[in-house]
Design a binder for this molecule. Structure first.
Ligand code: NAD
Ligand code: UFG
Length: 362
């Protein structure tokens, strides 16, 4: 399939490009580089070039380096999106047809804390960006979309492990609200026109990096999330980790989450294309491992696997955090044949491999 990948230069998008190409798909990336660097795409190309021999025959015949088509544009820019569609049309039986089989929609702002401080910017970017994108997709007859949703839509879940039948909950921040509202928008769009195939992937906590250490998570400023903070302590950029609360009702009092290796998450997108090929209409999947680890479990695993000490101090709870969040990922396994392959040790090893080889990111 030829896939339009919005936000493809970002953390999850860049890893997904590798898995798409390895599975024989092709992609065009549209990203405004607000939270990414073009260098990430160059590194994706480098990784794919080094794996050339195992790639699909359409590439193995090429001696030259191949490049991933990339347009630096904002998805709120309708004209830019229209141009991308016009320039990628193909001729089939003498007819001009749309050149994209599906869209994987990663583009969006994602920092929870920042979204509380800048709600308008978050609503405007994430909602309007998706509205413009959906309208252009529809106009060009590309009615297949995989949307990056989040475990955050469950709020404080009333059932653990969380299944897809668990009702959506109250999101505590504007970022989460955009995910929840966009799920509803996509659901309504599909309901109104059953030519659409919509896959909502609810990611749990993506960490890790490509095992090559060439691409990984590259947060701006002080990291909000646990693993990038740990790796920055490990590399000496931060003195110690603050553990946000040790009085939760969990086995050691610290928050429990379902961490998933970003390469497993990337592969879930390739698997989700099957739901589109089968014309499943609307489909929702939890994408996690089904295992819950506490903050201190992650710290200990990181220290053991990488033999690097992570000093930490217990701090007050962080506003909006919940005690425990992990999923039942069986639906994705049964319907898509997708199951996470990497464990917490792999995630700690690959996160550190990326950070230590790229102490200042890209
Ligand atoms: P990221 O910030 O690394 O990637 C998002 C990309 O979208 C960036 O490259 C950014 O430049 C781009 N972008 C943002 N707004 C844009 C716009 N208006 N037009 C064009 N490009 C735009 O984030 P990520 O971690 O790779 O996340 C990808 C998606 O997955 C996001 O939608 C995020 O909300 C969702 N998600 C992430 C997590 C996580 O923990 N990383 C968890 C659940 C869901
Ligand atoms: N934590 C710390 N110290 C830190 C950072 C985090 O103790 O410096 C703790 C948190 O309190 C929580 C756990 O580590 O218990 C995980 O926190 P993250 O910030 O890494 O992840 P969250 O579960 O809070 O949220 C992440 C994304 C959300 C997404 C959610 C579910 O940030 O966007 O996963 O996918 F919605």
């Amino acid at each position: 399939m030829n896939i339009l990948v919005t936000g493809g230069a970002g953390f999850i998008g860049s890893h997904t490009l590798i898995e798409l190409y390895k599975a024989g798909h092709t992609a065009l990336v549209v990203d405004n580089l607000y939270n990414a660097k073009a260098e990430a795409l160059h590194r994706v190309e480098e990784i794919l070039n080094s794996q050339f021999s195992t790639l699909n025959s359409q590439f193995s015949t090429l001696n030259s380096q191949f490049s991933i088509p990339f347009v630096q544009a904002d998805i709120r820019d309708r004209e830019a999106l229209e141009n991308i569609f016009r320039q990628n049309e193909k001729i089939v039986n003498g007819q001009v047809v749309n050149g994209f089989d599906a869209c994987i929609h990663f583009a969006g702002l994602k920092a929870v804390g920042e979204s509380v401080a800048k709600p308008l910017e978050y609503y405007e970017n994430n909602m309007n960006g998706t509205f413009v994108l959906l309208d252009v997709l529809r106009r060009h007859g590309c009615k297949n979309i995989i949307f990056s949703s989040s475990a955050t839509v469950y709020g404080d879940p009333n059932e653990i492990p969380i299944t897809e039948n668990c009702p959506k909950g109250q999101c505590t921040n504007p970022y989460g609200q955009t995910k929840s509202m966009l799920e509803q928008v996509l659901t309504d769009v599909q309901k109104a026109d059953n030519e659409w195939n919509v896959v909502l992937l609810r990611y749990f906590n993506p960490i890790g990096a490509h095992p090559s250490g060439r691409i990984g998570e590259n947060p701006n400023g002080i990291p909000n999330n646990l693993m990038p903070y740990i790796t920055q302590v490990a590399v000496g950029k931060r003195e110690k980790l603050g553990v946000f609360g040790n009085d939760y009702p969990t086995h050691d009092g610290t928050g429990v989450r379902d961490y998933i290796h970003v390469v497993d998450l990337a592969r879930a997108h390739v698997a989700a294309l099957q739901a589109i090929e089968r014309k499943q209409g609307l489909a929702v999947y939890n994408i996690g491992t089904g295992h819950g680890y506490s903050v201190l479990d992650v710290v200990k695993a990181f220290e053991r696997v990488n033999k690097v000490p992570i000093p930490y101090a217990i701090m007050p709870r962080r506003a909006g955090d919940i005690a425990t969040c992990y999923c039942n990922p069986k639906k994705a396994e049964l319907e898509l044949g997708w199951k996470a392959q990497f464990d917490l040790d792999d995630m700690c090893r690959d996160s550190w491999n990326w950070q230590r080889n790229n102490p200042n990111g890209y």
